[in-house]
Design a protein. Structure first.
Length: 303
């Protein structure tokens, strides 16, 4: 039977690309390290590394087992840390979130979370692109929309829909569209999503779906910039209600085409299954759900 030390040596060898380097780092003699790796391979009845005189690389079976080995060590470390902490919430989380909702909604709440749990450290990444949680150094991602990857755990935080918004200044100068078709006559503020430029705006009224291809003189890879352009009176934007709720409440923006229902953009907290037992992650999920629950989020008929 292999030991925890065998798993640690295997992972470190894969990371360093060298059994001898891994042995030195773990303060093992080469013979002991070699015996450890052979013991693991014998128990699994498979070769984990393809060896030559000059290189050591993972086999397909080794690559598969490496991910499970990492998960096992992560869970053991989390359990050990929890026992030592006597139930105290502490630890480090690396978070990725869309720029707009991240800065305007989540950031103040994350600051409050750290004030509540002062032994928690957070590393924040603001990006509108989809992060691969299995390869990127990210523990948790906040994502709009329905989750396509069934290998991840998705925890719903808040319902939301896209709403068409513009500033009172823009509308005074250019008029107010009353149907989605009239958006083609206006300067629409565009941003890029994972599949490219977001210039097909979708609505429905009753059972009828409407797709309007829009255009404009401004495009960005940061959706928060499109919101700022709209506030500045430079055009019309199609944003998640969560992104613009404060601007609507304070009159910087107003909604248009209120008789048409925009695309659903529910906000979810997404993470790999290996992170699901983390006490600090569970504390963050509960904290944010309470914050979102306190928001006065409109029902579908009021969006």
């Amino acid at each position: 039977m292999y030991s925890l030390g065998d798993i640690q040596l295997f992972i470190l060898t894969a990371d360093l690309g060298s059994l001898s380097k891994a042995a030195r780092q773990l303060d093992l003699v080469p013979a002991t390290a070699s015996a450890s790796l052979k013991r693991l391979e014998l128990h699994l009845n498979t070769r984990l590394f393809a060896r030559s005189t000059r290189s050591l690389r993972l086999t397909p079976e080794g690559t598969l087992f490496l991910e499970y080995g990492r998960q096992a060590l992560t869970l053991l470390n989390q359990g050990e840390a929890q026992l030592r902490s006597d139930g105290e919430i502490k630890g480090h989380l690396r978070l990725s979130m869309p720029a707009d909702v991240g800065r305007n909604v989540l950031l103040p709440w994350l600051n409050a979370f750290q004030k509540t749990y002062p032994k928690v450290t957070l590393a924040l990444q603001f990006s509108d692109r989809i992060i691969d949680l299995f390869s990127a150094p990210i523990d948790v991602a906040f994502r709009y929309g329905k989750l396509d990857d069934s290998t991840l755990i998705s925890q719903p935080l808040a319902a939301s829909r896209r709403v068409v918004v513009a500033s009172p200044t823009y509308l005074a100068q250019h008029g107010t569209p009353t149907t989605p078709k009239e958006l083609a006559e206006h300067n629409c503020l565009l941003f890029y999503l994972e599949r490219g430029l977001f210039n097909n705006w979708r609505f429905h009224t009753g059972k009828n779906a409407i797709v309007i291809k829009v255009s404009g003189d401004r495009m960005t890879d940061d959706a928060a910039i499109a919101r700022e352009w709209a506030i500045a009176g430079l055009g019309i934007a199609y944003k998640s209600w969560l992104d613009v709720r404060q601007d609507l409440a304070e009159g910087r923006l107003v909604t248009l085409l209120d008789h048409y229902v925009g695309e659903e953009t529910p906000l979810n907290m997404v993470y790999p299954e290996r992170s699901s037992t983390s006490p600090v992650l569970r504390a963050l999920l509960l904290f944010l759900r309470e914050k979102f629950h306190a928001l006065d989020i409109p029902s579908e008929r009021h969006f």
